[in-house]
Write a new protein. Structure first.
Length: 192
């Protein structure tokens, strides 16, 4: 489509960013549930959330203020580092997930065997950077599930991402694709 592509290895302190991100996300999750309990006057029961969410809430409630402030500083530093590194490019292209998308009901078993930050290794650094990004269903796996591509732009340049996404959508026509679970003929023939 006339775009120039060049390989680029985005480097930053992944482990420091990962650990800080996990703790900050856990603190924010714990705070969200504490506020909800106060607002609704109810205590969260053990089976009100999935075990993995319960573990994150409990973890977040134990992070001390100094660690939390240090984690925020780490994320700010890494975020600036990522944004500076990608500044020379109109857009940065990477996968959404390092594996194919989850089937319904598959997430919990995968989550227990792989860490969330491994599964989101292409997402959370961009979230930390504050750069605009868009996920596009560019491809499909052999079994017909969508494979996403993430485009990341410069600070404040959502317009370039939206223009690029629009032109790709017109070229690839993912709006015309239907997942294999949807039997269009049966759906159209169904009453009502």
């Amino acid at each position: 489509m006339g775009h120039d592509l060049e390989p680029y290895d985005l480097t930053f302190d992944f482990q420091a960013c990962r650990q800080a991100y996990i703790r900050v996300a856990a603190v924010l999750l714990a705070r969200q549930f504490m506020m909800a309990e106060a607002e609704f006057g109810a205590t969260l029961a053990a089976d009100d959330v999935e075990p993995v969410i319960r573990a994150r809430i409990e973890e977040g409630a134990t992070v001390d203020a100094v660690t939390h402030a240090t984690d925020i500083d780490t994320l700010r530093h890494v975020g600036r580092e990522i944004a500076t590194s990608l500044a020379p490019f109109d857009a940065f292209l990477c996968p959404v997930f390092p594996r194919q998308i989850f089937r319904i009901g598959e997430y919990d078993s995968i989550f227990n065997s792989e860490s969330a930050t491994t599964l989101t290794s292409f997402l959370f650094p961009i979230n930390v950077s504050g750069l605009p990004a868009i996920s596009l269903p560019m491809h499909r796996s052999l079994n017909g599930l969508p494979l996403g591509v993430q485009l990341v732009g410069r600070y404040g340049d959502e317009a370039t991402l939206l223009q690029l996404a629009s032109s790709l959508e017109k070229e690839i026509r993912w709006d015309k694709r239907r997942p294999p679970i949807v039997d269009v003929e049966a759906y159209q023939a169904a009453p009502g």
